[in-house]
Design a protein around this ligand. Structure first.
Ligand code: SAM
Length: 230
C-alpha cells in the first residue's frame, strides 16, 4: 500500500495540432500509474509522439462507470491517475464528470488536479472577435426535443451563445439560425481549429449559411458555433 494520498489529474490533450500539449501534461502522463482514456488507439497516437509508455485503461463515463470500483480502489490506495479524452479537456462535453463527482463525494482525501490546456470552446471564442465577457455554453444541441425552443432562446439571448456542432447537423443548424436570427446578429463558425484546414467564418446567420451552401467541401470536420448576444 502507498503512503501518499491518491491524485486524479484532469489532463487536456490537443484538439488537432499535436504540439498543443503542455510540458506539464506530458510530465504528468509519464508520471502517473494509470491513464484513463476514451479510445486507446487515439491516446496511443499521442503517447507515441511524446514517448509516453504509461498503462492505459478505457473509461466510458457516459455508458456507466466502467472499471469504477477498481479505479476508486487504486485512488484509495494512493495511486496517481490521469483522465484524458480523445481531444480537448475531459468533462467538457466529454466523459469524466461522474468520476470527478464520485471521487469528490467518496474520497475527500484524494486531490483532483486540473491541468489547463486545449479546449475547442475557449479556442473558438478567442479567435471569434465576439465578446466573451458573458457567454452561455450549450454543449451539443438536442437533435429533436426542445430544439425549436432553443433556437428561440438563442435569438432572444443578450449573452453570447457558444455550442458544439457535428458535421452531420451543421447545415440544419445554420438553416435554423438563419430563420431565427435573419441578418440581425453576428455568427461565427470556427472549423477544424488548430488543423490544416482551420477556418473562421464570420457574418450574419444568412451570410454564414450561404458561405457553406456555396462551399459544400467545407462541410467537413469539427465545428464550434458562436452567436453574438442581442
Ligand atoms: N472536451 C472537448 C473540448 O474541450 O474541446 C470537446 C469534446 S466534444 C465530444 C467534441 C466537439 O468539440 C466537436 O464535435 C466539435 O464541436 C468541437 N471540436 C473539437 N475539436 C475541434 C476543432 N479542432 N475545431 C472545432 N471544433 C472542435
Amino acid at each position: 500500500m502507498n503512503q501518499e494520498n491518491g491524485i486524479l489529474y484532469i489532463v487536456p490533450t490537443p484538439i488537432g495540432n499535436l504540439e498543443d500539449m503542455t510540458l506539464r501534461a506530458i510530465r504528468i502522463l509519464k508520471d502517473v500509474d494509470l491513464v484513463l482514456c476514451e479510445d486507446t488507439s487515439v491516446t496511443q497516437r499521442l503517447f507515441k509522439e511524446y514517448e509516453i509508455t504509461t498503462k492505459t485503461s478505457v473509461f466510458y463515463a457516459q455508458t456507466g462507470l466502467k472499471n469504477i470500483d477498481k479505479i476508486m480502489e487504486m485512488l484509495r490506495d494512493g495511486n496517481k491517475i490521469a483522465l484524458v479524452s480523445d481531444a480537448g479537456t475531459p468533462t467538457i462535453s466529454d466523459p469524466g464528470v461522474l468520476l470527478v463527482d464520485k471521487v469528490r463525494n467518496e474520497l475527500p482525501e484524494v486531490k483532483i488536479v486540473s491541468l489547463p490546456g486545449a479546449s475547442a470552446l475557449v479556442a473558438a471564442l478567442s479567435v471569434s472577435g465576439i465578446s466573451s465577457a458573458q457567454f452561455i455554453f450549450l454543449g451539443f444541441l438536442p437533435h429533436k426535443k426542445g430544439r425549436e425552443t432553443l433556437f428561440k432562446e438563442i435569438s432572444e439571448s443578450e449573452r453570447t451563445i457558444v455550442f458544439y456542432e457535428s458535421v452531420h447537423r451543421i447545415e440544419k443548424t445554420l438553416e435554423s439560425l438563419a430563420e431565427s436570427l435573419g441578418d440581425k446578429r453576428r455568427v461565427v463558425v470556427a472549423r477544424e481549429l488548430t488543423k490544416i484546414y482551420e477556418e473562421v467564418i464570420r457574418g450574419n446567420a444568412k451570410e454564414v449559411k450561404s458561405y457553406f451552401d456555396n462551399n459544400k467541401d467545407k462541410i467537413r470536420g469539427e465545428f464550434v458555433v458562436i452567436v453574438e448576444g442581442k
